[in-house]
Design a protein around this ligand. Sequence first.
Ligand SMILES: C[S@@+](CC[C@H](N)C(=O)[O-])C[C@H]1O[C@@H](n2cnc3c(N)ncnc32)[C@H](O)[C@@H]1O
Length: 274
Amino acid sequence: MPSVGTETAAAHGYVIRGGAAGKRRLELLGRSLWPTTCQLLKRTGFGESMTCLDLGCGGGDVTVGIARIAGPSGRVVGIDLDAVKLQAASEEAARQGLRIEFRQANVYEWSERAVYDRIYTRFLLTHLPTPLGAVERMRCALRSGGVLVVEDIDFSGSFCHPPSPAFERYQQLYREVVRKRGADADIGPKLHSLLTQAGLLDVKIDLVHPFHLDGEAKEMALVTLVNIADAVIAEGLATASELDAVIDELDKYTRRTDTILSYPRVFQAWGRRA
Ligand SMILES: C[S@@+](CC[C@H](N)C(=O)[O-])C[C@H]1O[C@@H](n2cnc3c(N)ncnc32)[C@H](O)[C@@H]1O
């Protein structure tokens, strides 16, 4: 696998730190979201012996779950831009005895025709300046009757309690840095129309909104802020010293036992190829 990690992901406009640091963040995300993602995979008919793709698979946290569902007679592929995450994903799959084909590709250069029974993609479209083109390519890569399943965020719906200036600043910086890179941190509610416009049929949506009073998942906002720091500084949205102060304040707020922090709202959408 070519050695393309953090720098290349950043060069493609991806705002969250890639490589090993990015992978650790995704593991935390993966653990906390697995129950609702697993329910979604079952509800949308992921099953044994299927040929499945996880596009923008990152560290492969969902890909391994899909491979378990598809079983040894299935075929599972994971595609991502970040070779460091892919390498770790492939080691983890081997450790778990799962056969998964991990490939490095930019979604804009990827194209396959009528290959998959199911395509899953989580938190990828929010980073793409032209998500419709990517969804159209996903539709083409499905076999007739195959289903595309998407989960993506609505950052505008993040909340905390009680109010926190540090959390508000984090929310503002995240949405702004993604916007500056030409993408959309609030794409979630638009998924239904995106899938419909791309020609998928019977498009359905649902919503999950995790929030945390304690536990490791409560740290997600803090970890995300640390991981977007390079992009925020590069875009001139804050100085390193301002960011240090916000990170410090958000850290203290997260550690309090009386505070609640939410994830962005997570929209789920799925539709079938004719
Ligand atoms: C927020 S992560 C989500 C990873 C995984 N889907 C999950 O939910 O754990 C987004 C992933 O999209 C990948 N990505 C961003 N832009 C991409 C592109 N143009 N082509 C392929 N992958 C891309 C990043 O490298 C990153 O691993």
